[in-house]
Design a protein around this ligand. Structure first.
Ligand code: HMG
Length: 387
């Protein structure tokens, strides 16, 4: 049976900081951020956009194209959760007016959360081919002002519809997973900002990539040259470039050129949005589908990494006519609509967004790109409103 990605929707808030401005404000050479880290811009979420509202906005990008009554599962992957108990899925389900029979819950394993959801959804659809599953990854990456990780922040969400007979990517059965209990990046309950051992985290990422990529090829009897493209979790685009260089080392010229070209296409959106944790790999996949040169049947490898740490490599084949399912113009408009913040404005918005909301203080959104926003709390209950 064919199971895979039928729809992809993404959302990012309507504000950004330019990395050249940030470099000047932090007394750094702009090329360190642009080339050394590989980021051009980063999206900034104000207090009115959180993981839930962004997840709703991402799913709304394709909701009118699908049969809502077929959705049987809704998984919300995040590490920017808004409640310790209630799942983000229930807020989303309510906003999207999905059927009460939908099984809805949240999953967490750092940036691996959306992939975890996707794997569960894939099994669900194989058992229930007449139903579909929505899987959302939604996060705000916050390391703190003037930290080494600041340039690798971002905000956004990616939502996938998993179905039988998918119209974008057909997932291949099997995967290579690898995990270890380590402390490369984490966020304790008493902190709104991530803690990170930055250099160590980049090393573990590459070690896990080598492990899962080599293991997957061995399991499936594949060679690197069999892949038309490989997409990576991109906390910043230089990270994926380093992994891609490992993948193509010692390969022939043609394979080298193809996998470097596809990587260039796949990093475009991420370089302009920043790290969106759970959604980053799938934002890169969307970028590849929009900017790359894929043909029906092409084999694409996907490397998912979540700190703590858990990684998985798997693959999918491109479906004929996938272009018709992608809203490239809409995706470009989302970026074009963003307002450029000065570094002072960004610092103020960043600090305000970290404050706990106060009961009965209504938040007013200036969001022109998202339909839903977080409007504050009443009796400690979060309120989401449509514009
Ligand atoms: P840093 O201190 O800025 O690092 O921290 P650096 O001084 O080594 O510079 C970075 C690169 O810029 C180097 O290149 C420099 O040579 C280069 P590299 O050796 O890496 O190829 N550079 C320049 N290039 C051009 N022109 C110049 C110039 N100057 C320097 N003038 C670090 C960088 C990534 C560690 C930091 O930003 C950080 O801690 N980020 C957050 C952690 C992170 O993203 N880790 C990634 C792996 S873990 C992961 O992916 C999971 C995660 O998404 C979370 C989750 O799972 O939930 C993070």
């Amino acid at each position: 049976m064919k199971v895979g990605i039928d729809q992809i929707g993404y959302f990012t808030p309507n504000k950004y900081v330019d990395m050249v401005d940030l470099a000047h404000a932090r007394n750094q050479d702009p090329n360190k951020f642009l080339i050394g880290i590989g980021q051009s811009k980063m999206s900034v979420a104000d207090a009115t956009q959180d993981a839930v509202s962004m997840g709703i906005n991402a799913t709304l990008r394709y909701l009118n194209k699908i049969n809502k009554s077929k959705v049987g599962l809704l998984i919300f992957g995040t590490e920017s959760s808004v409640d310790q108990s209630k799942s983000g899925s229930l807020f989303v389900k309510s906003a999207l007016k999905l059927d009460p029979s939908v099984r809805a819950f949240e999953v967490k394993e750092a940036c691996f959360g959306l992939t975890a959801g996707l794997m569960i959804a894939q099994d669900f659809v194989r058992l229930h081919p007449d139903q579909t599953a929505i899987v959302i990854g939604s996060d705000i990456a916050r390391y703190g002002l003037k930290t080494a990780g600041e340039v690798t922040q971002g905000a956004g969400s990616v939502s996938l519809l998993i179905s039988s007979n998918p119209r974008i990517l057909e997932l291949n059965e099997g995967h290579s997973a690898y995990s270890e209990d380590i402390n490369d990046f984490w966020r304790p309950n008493n902190s709104k900002l991530a803690k990170v051992d930055g250099k160590y985290s980049t090393q573990v990422y590459l070690d896990f990539f080598k492990h899962t990529f080599n293991d997957y090829k061995e399991q499936k009897n594949l060679e690197t040259k069999d892949f038309a493209a490989i997409v990576y979790h991109l906390p910043f685009t230089k990270m994926g470039l380093k992994a891609n260089r490992i993948a193509i080392e010692g390969e022939d010229e043609e394979t080298n050129a193809r996998l470097m070209d596809s990587f260039t296409a796949a990093k475009e959106l991420n370089a302009n949005v920043g790290n969106i944790y759970t959604g980053s790999l799938y934002l890169s996949l969307l970028s590849l589908l929009e900017n790359g040169d894929l043909k029906a049947g092409d084999l694409t490898g996907l490397f998912s990494y979540g700190s703590g740490a858990m990684a998985e490599f798997y693959s999918a084949n491109v479906v004929e006519g996938y272009e018709k399912q992608i809203d490239k113009a809409g995706d470009e408009a989302l970026l074009a609509k963003r307002k450029k913040l000065s570094v002072d404005e960004y610092e103020r918005i960043f600090s305000e967004a970290l404050e706990d909301p106060k009961n009965d203080v209504e938040l007013v959104s200036d969001e022109d790109s998202g339909k839903y926003y977080f409007a504050g709390i009443k009796d400690d209950i979060r309120q989401y409103q449509a514009k």
